[in-house]
Structures are given as structure tokens and as C-alpha cells.
Design a protein around this ligand. Structure first.
Ligand SMILES: *Cc1c(COP(=O)(O)O)cnc(C)c1O
Length: 324
């Protein structure tokens, strides 16, 4: 049976590194904590001292409700919830229909995905006042912060100006000032000011440079054989003239590994041929285990995708085990 190991030391190193930029962390644990296991990660975050997190939907919020002071739901679908659950407002029409009293206003500063438009902020604030909602936070999201480009600075500047306006509005109407959050992982080190909270995801899990990998995936050996002048697996896309030893391990594309036709590089060896649903064949004789990856930044190089994409799809059926 394959196992996912969660490296607590590395997780805490990443959190400490983020804390040195801004100690107020709104940790993003959406989509099963980027595949790491939402409950496993929540326990560890709580132990580190994290008090606020972001999740994808109400289901995820419900699962981890007991762990945190505040849970921000990015895409809420129901109405009225616990006092420690806040809803992101992604559009003016959602705000008009909303009945949950605790909200964060998302503003579109340039990504053009979700959020109310800058021109709608005034109307939104008046609605919030009228409906007596508690505006807990205001945020926006970067489109291009992993690159060096001017979008990030333009979005930052717009957010900063909006912040001043919103603070003035709140003072004028004796509303509690909301907290402002903008920085995702790749923006952490790029902004002149990270405002009240930072909102990193992938950095926590070490899926970008300068952060330590948190997940390793280890599979078990199922059978060993030797072939010569023969191939292995479906369609025998790997063929060896010479004698080679092969081990079949118990992990396949049903576990979330991207499909491959011509092998891929693992930590200590190499998979060959086509990956099967529940198995893959690797070069060498392994009696017990094979490390599929212990650093997603290396493993992702096998595929035309990003670290996030592989991590979030690692099957939740695989057991998560915390190691120091
Ligand atoms: C996913 C997400 C984040 C975290 O992004 P990373 O690139 O993983 O740091 C932050 N904010 C919002 C709105 C998101 O959807």
C-alpha cells in the first residue's frame, strides 16, 4: 500500500519563513490542503499557531470548523453558518442574495476571474451597511505574481488606494475596520507592503522554489522479474534487448499520478513503459518500497504541468502519515 508522508519539520520551516515576512497568515488549505490531507494539515497548522485558514467550499469548512478562529470560504454556496465561518463575496449579485453575516469582500483588481469591480465598491459598502453585515476582510488576487511583470505592481497599487477609501468609509460609518489581504505565495517577497494578512497556499507545501517540500509519496513493491529481449506493460512501449531487472510498484494513474507512455524519473530509479491504473514498473530490484517523489519540484519536471496540479490530485485514499 502506498503512503503519503507529511514532513512536519519542513512544513514548520515554510511557515516560519512566511512568518518572517508577515506573521499574520491566512493559510490556504483548499482542495484537501493541496492534496496533503485537510485534517492532517489542519492539526499541524493549529499546532504551529495558525488561527485563520481559507477553504474552497462549505463542505471543507464544516470538516475543520473546530480547529480555527476563522475559516474563509472562497466559494460559498449555502447561507447562514457558524460564527467562525466567513464568506468571500465574489460578485455584487452574490452580495445582494447573501444572508450569511460574516463576509470578506473580494475585489477584482485585474485578474478578471472573481470579485466585484472597483466601480462597484461604493455600492457594495452601502449594501453591507444597510444589511448590517460584518465586513471582516477585503482582498484581491494576483494574476501574474509568479512572473516579473508590471501587472502585480498595478494590482498592488489599485488595492492600496481602495484600502484607504474603504478605511475612510468604515470610519465615517463607525464600522469596524476590516483586515486587508492580498499576497499569495509568489507575491510574498515581491510587495513593498503585505498589509494585514498574507494568503499563501503553495509555499506552505513547498511547491515553489525557496520552500521545503512537505509531501513524499512512497509505494510498495508488488513483484520482481527479469526480462531480456522483451517489453513491459501495456503495448510494451519499453523494450529491452539486454537483461534488466524490474519491480512493479503499487501506484498508478488511479492514485493521481499523471499518465505517461514512456516512463518517468522517480527519486531513486526510473519508471519504464506505460503507467497502469494501479501499478507502474521501475528499473531495479526493490524488495520493499520505492520513493516515487520526495520533492514535487523535481517530479513535476516529468510532465507538462505545475506542482499544484500533481499535488491536489494525489488520491485522498492514500494514507497520510506525519513524520518529523
Ligand atoms: C488558491 C488561492 C490562493 C493561494 O495561492 P498560492 O499560489 O497557492 O499561494 C490565494 N488566494 C486565492 C483567492 C486563491 O484562490
Amino acid at each position: 500500500m502506498a503512503t503519503v508522508y507529511i514532513n512536519k519539520t519542513n512544513l514548520f520551516k515554510n511557515l516560519s519563513k512566511i512568518s518572517s515576512i508577515n506573521p499574520n497568515i491566512l493559510a490556504v488549505i483548499k482542495d484537501n490542503a493541496y492534496g496533503h490531507g485537510i485534517i492532517t494539515i489542519s492539526k499541524l497548522l493549529k499546532e504551529f499557531g495558525i488561527k485563520r485558514v481559507c477553504v474552497r467550499n462549505n463542505n471543507e469548512a464544516e470538516i475543520i470548523k473546530g480547529f480555527f478562529e476563522e475559516i474563509l470560504v472562497f466559494n460559498p454556496k449555502t447561507n447562514r453558518n457558524a460564527v467562525n465561518i466567513s464568506y468571500a463575496i465574489n460578485s455584487l449579485s452574490q452580495l445582494k442574495k447573501n444572508r450569511h453575516p460574516y463576509i470578506h469582500l473580494k475585489i477584482n483588481t485585474g485578474m478578471n476571474r472573481n470579485g466585484i469591480e472597483i466601480e462597484e465598491v461604493e455600492e457594495a459598502l452601502n449594501l453591507i451597511l444597510e444589511k448590517n453585515f460584518e465586513l471582516r476582510g477585503v482582498f484581491s488576487h494576483f494574476c501574474c505574481s509568479e512572473e516579473e511583470n508590471t501587472d502585480t505592481f498595478i494590482q498592488y497599487q489599485k488595492f492600496k488606494e481602495l484600502r484607504e477609501k474603504i478605511i475612510k468609509f468604515c470610519q465615517k460609518h463607525s464600522l469596524k475596520t476590516p483586515y486587508f489581504h492580498l499576497a499569495n505565495s509568489t507575491a510574498l517577497s515581491k510587495l513593498p507592503d503585505t498589509f494585514d494578512y498574507v494568503r499563501p497556499g503553495i509555499a506552505i507545501y513547498g511547491g515553489i522554489e525557496e520552500y521545503e517540500p512537505v509531501m513524499s509519496l512512497v509505494a510498495d513493491a508488488v513483484s520482481i522479474r527479469e526480462i531480456e529481449n522483451d517489453g513491459v506493460g501495456y503495448n510494451k512501449t519499453f523494450f529491452s534487448k539486454e537483461k534488466v531487472k524490474l519491480t512493479t510498484i503499487d501506484i498508478g494513474y488511479a492514485d493521481g499520478i499523471p499518465y505517461f507512455r514512456h516512463g518517468c524519473k522517480l527519486k531513486d530509479t526510473q519508471a519504464v513503459g506505460k503507467i497502469s491504473m494501479d501499478y507502474m514498473s521501475v528499473l531495479g530490484k526493490f524488495k520493499k518500497e520505492v520513493v516515487v517523489f520526495d520533492d514535487i519540484k523535481e517530479f513535476v519536471k516529468n510532465f507538462d504541468t505545475i506542482t499544484y496540479d500533481i499535488l491536489v490530485k494525489i488520491s485522498p485514499r492514500i494514507k497520510r502519515v506525519v513524520i518529523e
